[in-house]
Design a protein around this ligand. Structure first.
Ligand SMILES: [Zn+2]
Length: 321
């Protein structure tokens, strides 16, 4: 997520940090928490920009660019390592070791621990003394990042300034995705698959996404039971893969939800680019959308339990028209 998007989607947190900086009241420890993909890591680097940038955080100058690209000497970042699921005690020890040395660059130092909620309680607790009293007495700001606040030990929570990051509303998320050059419809479809901006951009570049999107549009063109049987036979291989049927199901469910709510003014619908399809569908099923919606919502639960993707696909085609 770029800094402009973070300012927009997390304006409350941004404003608080900005005013704390202006009033020289920055805390020595922050805990940024909220859903994955809401800009917590980006905001941590932006806080560093506010601190080191001559303009108080312009996000454009060389200093800001160095920070945002993760290359500033005074900003240390640790996160869960590749193929691991948690931050290890060793990583935390190394960080403390690093901060017990004198910095090569003058000024406040920042360390970011991305995924504090993944560390064991004992690893988290080993940070406590460090938060309170960094050994070398250089001014230090710690920023802890967590998706799950409840997994952060209370002793850390109580020593930090807590900043909550809101989930990004679907419309806002799809606008952000669109700014990267993704089409209007694709942006909206992607916002229905994830709340995480970075993940959405990743999915946008996945060949399966493009393929399933085309098949979703084809699905909406099916008008009779006979055509639906053909559709099933033609695409059963694609939709025997969990990821693909989950995508189709997410979109069909939203389509039915919106068809069920459909009125004359529909600008606020996420699938508003498909308004004509929704209208056609409502005519086809004679506005009896509710029953279909209910049975198809149940399919998502079936997919999460033990029903095979193939059977879920079968039921979806069977129940849609
Ligand atoms: Zn700057």
């Amino acid at each position: 997520m770029n800094y402009k998007n973070v300012i927009k989607s997390q304006n409350k947190v941004y404003k608080i940090l900005q005013s704390e900086k202006l009033n020289n009241r920055l805390s020595h420890a922050y805990l940024f928490y909220g859903d994955k993909g809401t800009g917590k890591k980006e905001m941590a680097y932006m806080l560093a920009c506010m601190l080191y940038c001559e303009n108080g955080g312009c996000f454009e100058c060389d200093t800001c660019k160095t920070i945002l690209s993760g290359n500033h000497m005074n900003v240390n970042y640790i996160a869960v390592e590749e193929n691991k699921t948690a931050i290890s005690k060793e990583q935390i020890m190394e960080l403390q070791e690093e901060y017990s040395k004198t910095s090569l660059v003058e000024g406040t130092r920042i360390y970011i621990v991305d995924g504090i909620d993944t560390a064991t309680n004992s690893a988290q607790n080993s940070l406590l003394k460090f938060i309170e009293d960094p050994e070398n007495k250089t001014e230090t700001i710690g920023i802890f990042i967590a998706n799950e606040l409840s997994n952060v030990v209370s002793t850390i929570q109580s020593r930090c300034n807590l900043c909550h990051f809101n989930a990004i509303p679907k419309h806002e998320l799809s606008e952000m995705i669109k700014e990267t050059g993704v089409s209007e419809l694709d942006s909206r479809l992607l916002s229905l698959l994830t709340n995480d901006y970075d993940e959405a951009i990743q999915i946008a570049n996945d060949a399966d996404f493009v393929n399933v999107r085309d098949l979703f549009l084809e699905f909406l063109n099916v008008k009779t039971k006979t055509e639906m049987v053909k559709y099933y036979v033609g695409h059963v291989d694609v939709f025997s893969i969990n990821k693909n049927i989950a995508m189709l199901l997410a979109w069909i469910t939203e389509f039915l939800l919106e068809a069920n709510l459909y009125k004359s003014n529909n600008d606020n619908l996420i699938l508003s680019p498909l308004c004509d399809k929704i209208e056609e569908y409502n005519k086809l099923v004679k506005n009896d959308v509710k029953g279909r919606l209910e049975s198809i919502i149940l399919l998502s639960d079936k997919l999460k339990s033990n029903v095979t993707p193939k059977n879920v696909f079968f039921e979806l085609t069977f129940r849609f028209i």
